[in-house]
Design a protein around this ligand. Structure first.
Ligand SMILES: [Zn+2]
Length: 342
């Protein structure tokens, strides 16, 4: 199997469709099988984006279309299935943080949509198969990408999922879970029925998933080694990038005492500007000021701007600019005194 990269999808092995099951069940089982490819350490998720079949307009639109299509034999051939798959993805760590616990991931649905954009493939009118209901953030991308059906394991809870369900209704997106919609006030009996439905549906797909992994001959040990290899590459390349940044900007440990020394010498004042208004949410001063700094001054100001509570320094700069002068002309950079209040 080809090595995995962060952005490029791995090779997609054929997935044998069960002609007795519905198309939705089969695609969902495939997404579930692909979840094992996930390198995420915060939970494995898979998603497949599928374009509609040319005959889909003739099929009544129901959640989890229950029956195999009449032409399952033709539609479920490996070639016919592959032709309809737009993209596929897993939850994937992307934004590097030096602590593995803080690695920020891109979710499978968002990565599917991003990959479609990268590859120039249309997402409008497609169905997305996801191994869990979409989170709010991914759902926004799903809406914006023009996806028309979401099929997922389990179901969206109500009322916690109200925003997603309402938005789906507004945009005409069909939301299809594998179990009954969970709502408040449901009786214990109904809830147990819903759980057993879910378990039965999951059980069928679990069998398909196992068959899939057996068919490509990959054991769990091999998968784990492949995932470990991915992490080694990910950490190596990102740590190298962090080292380069630190060589350029200095480490945060080196910058911190510099800021403290500015405070100690009175270079930095309290957190209020001349009007007494807290300016910490107006960072445009900071950006403008940095443009006007020369190289030597940048080191000092860079340290001074590191935290929100350093903006008294920038307030002085902003005030100078308010008078129609560049901050450097006003002689405020680097600032030695807080300007007089007017
Ligand atoms: Zn998400």
């Amino acid at each position: 199997m080809a090595p995995m990269s962060v952005i490029e999808p791995w090779d997609l092995p054929d997935f044998p469709f069960d002609k007795e099951l519905s198309e939705d069940e089969n695609f969902l089982a495939w997404a579930q099988a692909l979840a094992r490819f996930s390198v995420s350490r915060k939970g494995h998720m898979g998603a497949i984006l599928v374009r509609p079949h040319q005959q889909d307009d003739e099929v009544p639109s129901n959640c989890m279309r229950p029956l195999p299509p009449a032409d399952a034999g033709k539609r479920f051939t490996p070639g016919a299935i592959r032709e309809r798959v737009v993209v596929y993805a897993n939850n994937t760590p992307l934004l590097f943080n030096s602590s593995p616990k803080q690695v920020q991931e891109i979710h499978a649905e968002a990565l599917c949509i991003s990959r479609a954009a990268r590859l120039g493939r249309c997402t409008a009118g497609c169905t997305i198969y996801i191994t869990f209901p979409p989170c709010n953030e991914c759902f926004k991308s799903i809406v914006a990408a023009g996806i028309k059906r979401c099929v997922y394991r389990k179901n969206i809870r109500y009322p916690s999922g109200e925003a997603v369900l309402a938005t789906a209704a507004v945009h005409g997106i069909e939301m299809c879970g594998t179990s009954e919609q969970q709502r408040p006030g449901v009786s214990d009996e109904q809830y147990l029925v819903s759980l057993s439905q879910e378990k039965a549906a999951d059980g069928k797909r679990d069998e398909q998933t196992k068959e899939f992994w057996d068919s490509i001959g990959e054991t769990t040990v091999v998968t784990r080694n492949r995932v470990n290899g991915w992490w080694t590459n990910f950490m190596t390349s990102n740590k190298a990038a962090v080292r380069n940044l630190q060589a350029h900007f200095g480490t945060s440990a080196a910058r911190r005492p510099q800021k403290k020394s500015l405070l100690a010498t009175g270079t930095l004042g309290p957190n209020r500007n001349s009007t007494g208004k807290d300016d910490r949410h107006e960072p445009s001063n900071q950006a403008d000021a940095q443009i006007s700094l020369n190289t030597k001054e940048q080191d000092t100001a860079g340290a001074a701007c590191e935290d929100d509570d350093d903006d008294a320094y920038m307030n002085a700069v902003g005030e100078a600019q308010g008078k129609g002068k560049r901050a450097s002309e006003e002689g405020l950079l680097p600032s030695t005194k807080r300007p007089k209040e007017t």
